[in-house]
Design a protein around this ligand. Structure first.
Ligand code: HDD
Length: 711
């Protein structure tokens, strides 16, 4: 396991323990000269002139008009006037981190991609997580799909795995993408709503386009309100190809499995967090990395030999379908660790430019019509977003591999290419740079030689025709709690739809085909009649449920990085509080001591205990669990409305609520019903029960009792 002291991208590679690393490091350093540190430096203009006065513009007299010749002010304001670039058309709200990928072994039978051959090789990565609908400043915890884009800086060029936290997509063909995005984005007349899909145009579109049914049920599930970016699965969505040195191809689906577990917020929490901490996910990732709780994911693939392409009851090229893991298990390939926060949000996270078309030898596309359209769209969008075709020269996008070619000039060219021949072949510059023929290793890129014999037509394959059976499989694979959340999410979202015919169409023509009970429950909450039957014949799948789809089966390996609030007040038993903190820190839990205010509290033995924040400043929604510190402080907390709300809210959100012995009477007085997550005690046993409850993430058995507690 990487230690807390693990090195960031540059210094990770700075080790000279293997020639490979030293080599990569040299390349990296040449790119990193643009990282600038102003410590000890004079304030200067962009032209390098030292500035004597940065407070006053040049004027004719102290009260006189400003002078046009003030080149210092003009430069400063001109630059400021142009600081913004267009935000991404989708996925505008995002956050990034650096890290590395390490292969578990040599995967030569599967692919010749160099970064998947050697467990010693450290491949730097940059990851950007995002929401889809909202603008750059929108909330982190809205109900939405999350982007999960990874740029691997491999020795053979950049490989971008531009995925989401859901394994399917809303549409089957890229030609529908602008329609889908226009429907989900804020409505054009009033630009409402920000960051969500609970509005007429979204539901109008998806209720008219049944191929969206599977993705929409994922979006109505807990997956769309992840607890943290660290607790999301990632998916490449499309079927890709991996090609080995012999040219043998396998179909694959990429998966990222988080070691931290696949955990979600509750809807009430998500809504409250959107107001109380707009940056909740961003902050969580940042703090986890800063405190050495480096998030880790396992990269795996589901492998389907070419010969088995047609063995499934769905089409591998259809991006609205999963391959159930019970049919094809995920083969682990390696791990990704995020261990360094960016130095500069704009330069790195905002300017990073992903494209599914960035692949390396050993990886190739399939004819998935959604993927094919994406191959065009991303580079195209970077040209207007980043101001021209040289966006690959922006430091965060530069490959570690050299990139000599005859492409030249254009806006913002940075590289000073030497030589006279910007064409190939040439006899002037010795013929350089030259082509590299394909080879088993280190050869030039060669597309997989797929035989195509077809008519040029605009047509959807019949094999893409079943839109409901996998949505049904998803619903039937959920636990009762997860199913209830799905019912509530549809009801909430459709409840915001003004036009009744749209609500009714979603219920009768989409939900009824997924599951009649689901449709009936949503209909009841909308005041609509329950549909008696679906509108299409849905094929019956051999698989009745896929346990891999339920988050209940992915609670994570440990409680490392989970967040606990320790409530204290004057009179607290300092020794007990200290013991608890030590026990939790031993499990790498992040603990925040919260008091009635931000001022330190007095312990029973007359010492002071520093607090991290007030209970108002860091509300219960920001935590996984709460512990009330023992001693006389409990009496003070009892009379504090904010503390009472803190406990009730944590209880309502099914979090472990615990405390030292004195807290028990308080919990009883609040009418909290006993369960496996309501704990009190001073001994090691109580702490153990608490950490075990945190490991289960929520006290699901409490869900019914918690409904009675006011929100
Ligand atoms: Fe896309 C951004 C993921 C379909 C066109 N997309 C974008 C990002 C992610 C995805 C994670 C943000 C990357 C970043 O952080 O910078 N997109 C997906 C997935 C899809 C998908 C998983 C389906 C499987 N996208 C898709 C289609 C098209 C696009 C079909 C167009 C035909 N996507 C874009 C884009 C964006 C983008 C407009 C906006 C900003 C950018 O590319 O760089 O080109």
């Amino acid at each position: 396991m990487p230690s807390k002291k693990e090195a960031p991208r540059e210094s990770q590679l700075a080790g000279t323990d293997t020639p490979d690393r030293a080599n990569t490091n040299a390349k990296l350093q040449s790119l990193e000269t643009v990282r600038s540190d102003a410590t000890g430096q004079a304030l200067r203009t962009n032209q390098g002139v030292k500035i004597a006065d940065n407070q006053n513009s040049l004027k004719a007299g102290p009260r006189g008009p400003s002078l046009l010749e003030d080149f210092i002010m003009r430069e400063k304001i001109t630059h400021f006037d142009h600081e913004r670039i267009p935000e991404r058309i989708v996925h505008a709200r995002g956050t990034g981190a650096h890290g590395y990928f390490q292969s578990y072994g040599k995967h030569a039978e599967l692919t010749k991609a160099g970064f998947l051959q050697d467990p010693e090789k450290i491949t730097p990565v940059f990851v950007r997580f995002s929401t889809v609908q909202g603008p750059r400043g929108s909330g982190d915890t809205v109900r939405d799909v999350r982007g999960f884009a990874v740029k691997f800086f491999t020795d053979e060029g950049n490989f971008d795995l531009v995925g989401n936290n859901m394994p399917v997509f809303f549409i089957q063909d890229a030609i529908k993408f602008p329609d889908f995005v226009h429907a989900v984005k804020p409505e054009p007349h009033n630009e409402i709503p920000t960051g969500g899909s609970a509005h007429d145009t979204f539901w109008d579109f998806v209720s008219l386009v049944p191929e969206s049914a599977h993705m929409v049920i994922w979006a109505m599930s807990d997956r769309a309100i992840p607890k943290s970016l660290r607790t999301m699965e990632g998916f490449g969505v499309h079927t890709f190809r991996l090609i080995n040195a012999e040219g043998v191809a396998s179909f694959v689906k990429f998966h990222w499995k988080p070691k931290q577990g696949v955990l979600s917020l509750l809807w009430d929490e998500a809504q409250k967090l959107a107001g109380k901490d707009t940056d909740y996910h961003r902050r969580d990732l940042w703090e986890a990395i800063e405190t050495g709780n480096y998030p880790e994911w396992e990269l795996g693939v589901q492998i389907v030999p070419e010969a088995d392409e047609h063995k499934f009851d769905f089409d591998l090229l259809d991006p609205t379908k999963i391959i159930p893991e019970e049919l094809v298990p995920v083969t682990p390939l390696g791990k990704m660790v995020l261990n360094r926060n960016p130095d500069n949000f704009f330069a790195e996270t905002e300017q990073v430019a992903f494209c599914p078309g960035h692949i390396v030898p050993g990886i190739d596309f399939t004819n998935d019509p959604l993927l094919q359209g994406r191959l065009f769209s991303y580079t195209d969008t970077q040209i207007s977003r980043l101001g021209g075709p040289n966006f690959h020269e922006i430091p965060i996008n530069r490959p570690l591999a050299p990139n000599h070619n005859g492409q030249r000039d254009a806006m913002h060219r940075v590289t000073i290419d030497k030589g006279r021949a910007a064409y190939e072949p040439n006899s002037i510059d010795g013929g350089w740079p030259k082509e590299t023929p394909p080879a088993a290793q280190d050869g030039g890129f060669e597309s997989y030689q797929e035989r195509i014999d077809a008519h040029k037509i605009r047509q959807r394959s019949e094999s893409f025709g079943d839109h409901f059976s996998q949505a049904r499989l998803f619903f039937h694979s959920m636990s009762p709690s997860e199913q209830e959340h799905i019912v509530n999410a549809y009801s909430f979202e459709l409840g915001k739809v003004e036009r009744e015919h749209i609500r009714a169409r979603q219920v009768n023509e989409i939900l009824a085909n997924i599951d009649l009970e689901l449709a009936a429950k949503v209909a009841a909450k909308l005041g609509l009649p329950a549909p008696k039957a679906g509108t299409v014949d849905v094929p019956k799948l051999s698989l009745k449920a896929s346990p891999a789809l339920s988050q209940m089966n992915h609670l994570g390996e440990s409680i490392k990085g989970r967040k606990v609030a320790l409530l204290v007040a004057d009179g607290v038993d300092g020794a007990l509080a200290d013991k608890l903190v030590k026990a939790l820190e031993a499990e790498s839990v992040q603990i925040k001591v919260l008091g009635p205010t931000s001022a330190p509290v007095k312990t029973a033995d007359g010492k002071t205990l520093a607090v991290d924040a007030s209970m108002e400043g860091l509300p219960s929604v920001a935590f996984d669990a709460v512990w009330v510190a023992g001693g006389k402080g409990v009496e003070a907390l009892k009379g504090d409305g904010v503390a009472v709300h803190f406990i009730l809210e944590a209880y309502k959100h099914l979090k472990p609520v615990a405390g030292h012995a004195e807290a028990k009477a308080w919990f009883d007085s609040l009418n909290l019903k006993a369960d496996s997550g309501l704990l009190a005690g001073n001994d090691a046993k109580a702490i153990k029960a608490f950490t075990q409850a945190i490991g289960k993430h929520r006290v699901w058995e409490r869900e019914a009792a918690a409904k009675a507690v006011p929100a």
